[in-house]
Design a protein around this ligand. Structure first.
Ligand code: NAD
Ligand code: GLY
Length: 360
């Protein structure tokens, strides 16, 4: 097992990464404050991993909340079910919530922990690749609103992140690929050596070689931890973690949430950001081809749906959380491994990017 530390002074926490660590009591007990624990999961993950996790919690008073599976349930009404249970079962301020699942469960459980009695402890036990490399680290929690994704939420850091990479064994291929889009992102925005390592080992990752998957998770978490430590509340460098996301969110919104997975939309969005970065004179044609080839090997889309017009993109992109004073801000690549955030992008270049993808 490997351990990373996310340094937030007195709110620092460990990320444990290893195979078969889900039922290791010693990883949980130092991070559980009182005697009460609420494990939050969903009806897909519970039959697979709930018993194994709870076997590590002997001696605690354990409650279980099994929510419906799916992004469409990531909403206030579902979080209220968690509050109902916490209150009905008289959980006090020293209770600890444990999120067992993907990003949807992690985001909602973290949000419930941020709000319940103005903030209680929580532990992330992520079971999708996306959650293991991204959403479980950094303290972004929240729910969707009918008018926008992730628009209601709070920053609330977990007390620990416990990543058992064996849980990836049961993950559907499509979900594994979606997670790889976020893994590739770290290489592109700040770790060129990791990008090259991914180019060399992508077949092993797709074949679910456990050693290589654990290494990819470790290097991704290390990158994420280094970024969020510098900029917890996203006033600067943390925005670079959103490479491809502004285009991607527009795709998700136009296609209807759940029809394109988040990672799939990020993949197509990353290609659009790469294309625009080439038009800015930063990436070469060869760089763009390398990105495309790696994403395509993961069976990820490298272009948006052909039905989306430049107007469709602009209408949705202007709703992005990075928009400041009505101005679009995009994450672009200065080179492979170096990202920047730019506003005031020449509309002619942006339109060229839209047209390039529209006509294919
Ligand atoms: P998800 O949570 O919906 O999980 C995907 C599917 O896989 C679900 O059906 C889930 O039940 C199933 N699943 C989970 N683990 C499994 C396993 N081990 N075996 C079999 N099936 C399993 O989706 P996700 O991709 O993990 O997360 C997406 C969510 O994360 C979005 O809501 C997104 O907004 C959020 N997110 C948050 C952050 C953040 O920083 N907080 C970052 C990125 C994404
Ligand atoms: N997933 C982007 C972030 O945590 O900031």
């Amino acid at each position: 097992m490997k351990t990373l530390n996310v340094d937030f002074s007195e709110r620092s926490y460990p990320i444990y990464i290893g195979q078969g660590i889900l039922d290791t009591p010693a990883l949980y007990t130092p991070h559980i404050k009182g005697q009460q624990v609420l494990v939050v999961t969903n009806n897909t993950i519970a039959p697979l991993y709930l018993e194994k996790l709870t076997s590590a919690l002997d001696g605690y008073s354990i409650s279980i909340s099994i929510l419906a599976d799916g992004e469409q349930h990531k909403k206030m009404a579902t979080v209220e079910l968690i509050f109902d249970q916490l209150l009905e079962e008289r959980h006090n301020r020293t209770t600890t919530l444990i999120a067992l699942g993907g990003g949807v469960i992690g985001d909602m459980t973290g949000f419930a922990a941020a709000c319940y009695q103005r903030g209680v402890a929580f532990i992330q036990v992520p079971t999708t690749l996306l959650a293991q490399v991204d959403s479980s680290v950094g303290g972004k929690t929240g729910v969707n609103h009918p008018l926008g994704k992730n628009m209601i939420g709070a920053f609330h850091q977990p007390n620990a992140v416990i990543i058992d990479t064996d849980t990836l064994d049961t993950l559907p291929d499509k979900e594994l690929s979606a997670g790889l889009a976020e893994v590739i992102k770290y290489g592109l925005i700040r770790d060129p050596g990791f990008f090259e390592w991914l180019e060399g080992n992508i077949e092993r990752l797709l074949a679910r070689d456990s050693e290589y998957l654990a290494e990819a998770v470790y290097r991704s978490c290390k990158n994420k931890a280094e970024v969020v430590e510098q900029d917890e509340l996203e006033s600067g460098v943390r925005a670079t973690l959103n490479l491809g996301h502004t285009f991607g969110h527009a795709i998700e919104a136009c296609q209807g949430y759940g029809n394109w997975l988040h990672g799939e939309a990020v993949s197509a969005g990353t290609m659009m950001a790469a294309d625009l970065s080439r038009r800015m004179g930063w990436l070469s044609h060869g760089d763009v081809q390398r990105i495309k080839s790696l994403l395509a090997k993961c069976d990820l889309p490298t272009k948006p749906p052909s039905t989306m017009s430049p107007d469709d993109f602009m209408q949705k992109m202007i709703l992005d959380k990075k928009v400041l004073d009505g101005k679009l801000r995009l994450v672009l690549l200065k080179s492979l491994g170096v990202a920047c955030v730019r506003s005031g992008i020449d509309p002619v270049l942006l339109n060229e990017t839209f047209s390039a993808f529209e006509s294919r």
